[in-house]
Design a protein around this ligand. Structure first.
Ligand code: PMT
Length: 412
């Protein structure tokens, strides 16, 4: 793969030289491009020696740089010639520029002209990383389909300890590598993903819900779209941007989720039910706010429709993937749910561990397939978990197609 590496102006710029090496060792061709600020931290000669290529530096032709390759249109050529753009280190300033579409130097202009996958490896001080402005910029870029190799935690150049250190170059190279192997293996599939919690009203201002943030389901939707699928995301109330190339239908209650899913069942070839649907609801919601009294309040709740179980009955030849959130007997409970709800695959996660499952960016799961095989994934970022789940989905889809073809051939 031809990779263009944009080096930003941060203390971690020297690690980009290691990244060049790691990419070359994996067989990628690397073109380095440095911002003016990056040149304050490392000399272009280092990259030129490593790549055997002239390094793109400076702003535009005529800006005074001696070895600049820039010209008014050269960024278009670089955009067209390369398969992937990686920016490492991606500073807070660069991320803000990319998020807002500023184009005042070669790298920011290249970003706008680039249509292939874009990877950012941010590095900055912890407070800058955690600042809402930076997080908003990250979310905007994620929603556009850019991927991130999040910074590591550790000692930072500013003398503090925290998140913000450029990820290990080998980890960045592995991430980039995964793009080169990434086939559009889900092209032609219509994947319906459910995500987030549902909210069941108790009165006009109160509801029952759960801790689901939607991150797991949104990661699956995002990765499925990147792997070529048409993706419809039926989402409970969450605070996440719609992933790139994904269509979202927003719902609130289990009943609304059921309707949205069934309305689109005909189009779907694969259904992935990662939503944490409330199990109970109040059938007769009072019109007025329940008054607080000194006595105990009892509410009689009814079970919500079990959408997954209904899909199990009506799925036809669609591939149905359920989830199970358990606190004990993970595999046993997951297998029981898989059989009861007639799923082809079930993703089981323990949800009573800190930093995994509900709300967190990380998860660890057991993927149980129809054949009874169990594949372990994680602990890892939910996008990585989504990749592993979709790997199993892609394999099972192929197997089911092959079985169908064999049946058809035997009949004719
Ligand atoms: O959203 P995050 O913060 O990222 O957290 C991710 C997650 C923990 C919510 C996710 O990984 C997960 O486990 N989702 C399933 C949660 C759940 O409701 O599990 P369950 O074991 O109660 O339900 C089993 C399956 O039945 C699920 O596929 C669920 O969508 C489905 N179900 C449940 C009840 C119901 N009334 N209708 C359903 O379709």
């Amino acid at each position: 793969m031809r990779v263009v590496l944009g080096v930003g102006g941060g203390i971690a710029a020297y690690k980009s030289a290691e990244l060049v090496r790691a990419l070359q060792q994996r067989g990628h061709e690397v073109q380095v491009l440095m911002t003016r600020a990056a040149e304050e931290f490392i000399r272009p000669l280092t990259f030129a020696a490593l790549t055997g290529r002239k390094v793109i530096t400076g702003l535009w032709a005529g800006d005074g740089s001696q070895d600049t390759l820039s010209s008014a249109v050269e960024h278009i050529g670089v955009a067209q010639e390369n398969d992937l753009l990686v920016v490492a280190p991606a500073t807070a300033d660069l991320l803000a520029k990319f998020a807002h579409g500023l184009a005042d130097d070669f790298l920011s202009t290249l970003y706008l002209a680039f249509t292939g996958p874009v990877v950012f490896a941010p590095a900055m001080n912890t407070a800058m990383w955690e600042h809402p402005a930076t997080q908003d910029n990250l979310n905007a870029l994620r929603a556009r389909g850019c991927s991130f190799v999040d910074p590591d935690e550790g000692w930072l150049a500013c003398g503090t300890v925290g998140a913000g250190r450029l990820a290990d170059p080998l980890r960045i190279a592995d991430h980039i590598d995964s793009h080169s192997h990434r086939k559009k293996d889900l092209a032609g599939e219509f994947i319906l993903v459910t995500a987030g919690p549902t909210q069941e009203a108790l009165d006009p201002v109160r509801y029952i819900s759960n801790r689901s943030s939607g991150k797991m389901g949104y990661a699956i939707a995002e990765v499925a779209a990147k792997r070529g699928a048409d993706v419809l995301l039926v989402s409970g109330p969450v605070n996440l941007p719609v992933p790139h190339n994904v269509e979202r239908i927003s719902v609130r209650t289990a009943q609304e989720m059921r309707e949205a899913v069934l309305n689109h069942l005909a189009e779907a070839s694969i259904i992935i039910k990662s939503a944490a649907v409330a199990d109970y609801y109040l059938a007769e919601v009072p019109q007025h706010k329940l008054k607080k009294t000194a006595t105990r309040l009892s509410l009689e709740l009814d079970p919500t429709p079990d959408i997954l179980a209904e899909l199990g009955e009506r799925k036809g030849d669609r591939l149905l993937v359920g989830f199970a959130a358990e606190t004990d007997n993970l595999i046993e409970e997951a297998r029981r749910k898989m059989t009861a709800k007639k799923c082809d695959m079930l993703v089981a996660n323990l949800v009573n561990r800190d930093g995994l499952g509900f709300e967190s960016d990380q998860n660890e799961v057991e993927i149980i397939t129809r054949s009874g095989q169990t594949v372990h994934a994680g602990p890892a970022d939910k996008k990585e978990i989504a990749e592993r789940i979709l790997d199993q989905v892609a394999v099972l889809r192929l197997v089911l197609r092959a079985v169908d073809t064999t049946r058809l051939t035997q009949r004719t």
